[in-house]
Every structure is written in structure tokens, then in C-alpha cells.
Design a protein around this ligand. Structure first.
Ligand code: MN
Length: 256
């Protein structure tokens, strides 16, 4: 397997860098908040079992509690009603967890307008510069939101609800139904815009991605360290049997 030998050599030489796209998980990690009539996702919490003490003199370990959709996480097809008969997170084929990524940078636009929406024309313009989106790969949508790790900054809510960038209904439909990608990765708490509760259909990214056996990746960091094309991403959600998603360690291999 000379390809893998070459990969190991390139990693050793620093010709390939491993960029960690994962937000640290702690009780401070920002989480989605829904209107009060709905069920709420849990924050990440650690419960100490022992720490070199009477409960376990030579060992330290914790239990943890978390929502499936807390921090950098993977949305499986069965997360949404449109994909209710689709794969749970443990059934997503491992082959699909290693994939190329296209990175579309709209951080400048999102800095000007927190409700910025990606349109099909934005993607087509990217393709005219960089070529087609990768078959079986990811569309990573950079908005600069990874600088906002605190809950209030991440959700950016006012009396009208959260204001965070996302995609238009038509763009979400195109990505789900027509594009060659297996999913979309974002820096926000969900793939949909903060205002997407008011779209028709509501939460179109979830509706069109999950309904087309596609995935979401959220709360990514360091997308600014990736090239527009050429990175290879390893996205590893925990294989929670029957689960709708899971926290994931997401790494990118980048040629230097
Ligand atoms: Mn999610």
C-alpha cells in the first residue's frame, strides 16, 4: 500500500497537516435553544467518578451527559421527519466518513449581515472558479461564526429570535436534491439559519438534507485554515445505536 506509506511520510515531514475542526466539549459549549414549548437539548456535563482518591486510588475517570446535538456534531438522516426511515448515526457507512471538502467562505458577508443566506448562485460562482463540488464530499460553509464560542454570541438572539447565517430554501433544496455532496458543514449550532423557523418549509437544510440521505456537521472551527478545495475530512460521530446524531471529532488533512 504505497499510497498509505506516502501519506505517513508526508505527515512526518509536515507536507500534510492535520487541522482539527472540532470545538472543545465542556459545560460552556454553546447549545441550540428552541422555543419553550419544545423539548430542549442538554449541555455537556462531566460527573467525576474518582480522581486518585478513595473512590479509585490509582485512576481518574468521569461519566458524561450530553445531547446528541451538542458541540461539533453529526446530523444523521433520521434526525428529521423527512428522513425518519433513513439511517441512524450508527448506520452511516464508515466509507462516507472520509471525504473531500469544498470550503465556501462567506465570513465577510456574514459579518455585515448576521442573517446572510447562501444562494445557489453563490455556489455556482464558486464552481466557476474552483470546479464542481466534490462527488461524495462535503460543502463546508464558512461564516466566521467559530469566533463566537460563548452561548449569547453563538445564538445571537433578540426578541425576534436567533440571527445566524444559513441557506435559502432554494439553496437547501438544490444542495439536498441536485448537488453531488453528502452534506454540509457549518460553524453555527445547526445547519439552518437562525431565522429558518419562519421559512417555508421551516428548517429547509434539515428537511432537504436528511430527506435525501445527506448529513450535517455543526460548530466546526478552523475552516479558515483549509483551502477552497483539496482537503480530506475525517468526521467520526459516536456510533450511538438508533441515535439521531452524535458529537464528532472532525479532522482535515491539508497539503502544505
Ligand atoms: Mn444537529
Amino acid at each position: 500500500m504505497s499510497v498509505l506509506s506516502d501519506l505517513v511520510s508526508a505527515l512526518s515531514a509536515g507536507d500534510i497537516e492535520v487541522v482539527d475542526l472540532t470545538s472543545p466539549l465542556s459545560s460552556e459549549t454553546a447549545v441550540l435553544q428552541l422555543p419553550p414549548e419544545f423539548g430542549q437539548t442538554a449541555r455537556f456535563e462531566l460527573e467525576e467518578i474518582s480522581r486518585y482518591d478513595a473512590r479509585g486510588p490509582a485512576w481518574y475517570w468521569n461519566n458524561f451527559r450530553t445531547g446528541e446535538h451538542t458541540g461539533t456534531h453529526f446530523d444523521a438522516p433520521n434526525h428529521w421527519v423527512t428522513g425518519r426511515d433513513g439511517a441512524d448515526v450508527a448506520s452511516v457507512p464508515a466509507r462516507r466518513l472520509v471525504a473531500p471538502a469544498a470550503v465556501l467562505d462567506f465570513a465577510a458577508e456574514a459579518a455585515q449581515d448576521a442573517d446572510f443566506l447562501l444562494e445557489v448562485d453563490h455556489i455556482k460562482e464558486w464552481q466557476s472558479n474552483h470546479g464542481p463540488l466534490p462527488e461524495g464530499g462535503w460543502l463546508f460553509y464558512r461564516t466566521g461564526w467559530d469566533r463566537r464560542q460563548r452561548q449569547e454570541e453563538m445564538l445571537n438572539a433578540d426578541v425576534t429570535g436567533p440571527h445566524t447565517p444559513g441557506m435559502s430554501v432554494e439553496c437547501a433544496r438544490w444542495v439536498g436534491e441536485e448537488s453531488p455532496v453528502i452534506g454540509v458543514g457549518v460553524e453555527t449550532v445547526g445547519t439552518d439559519a437562525g431565522a429558518a423557523h419562519s421559512f417555508d418549509p421551516a428548517f429547509p437544510c434539515h428537511a432537504f438534507f436528511m430527506g435525501n440521505d445527506k448529513y450535517g456537521l455543526t460548530q466546526l472551527q478552523n475552516l479558515g485554515r483549509l483551502p477552497a478545495k483539496g482537503a480530506v475530512v475525517i468526521a467520526g460521530p459516536l456510533p450511538i445505536v438508533t441515535g439521531s446524531g452524535a458529537p464528532a471529532r472532525v479532522l482535515a488533512l491539508v497539503e502544505r
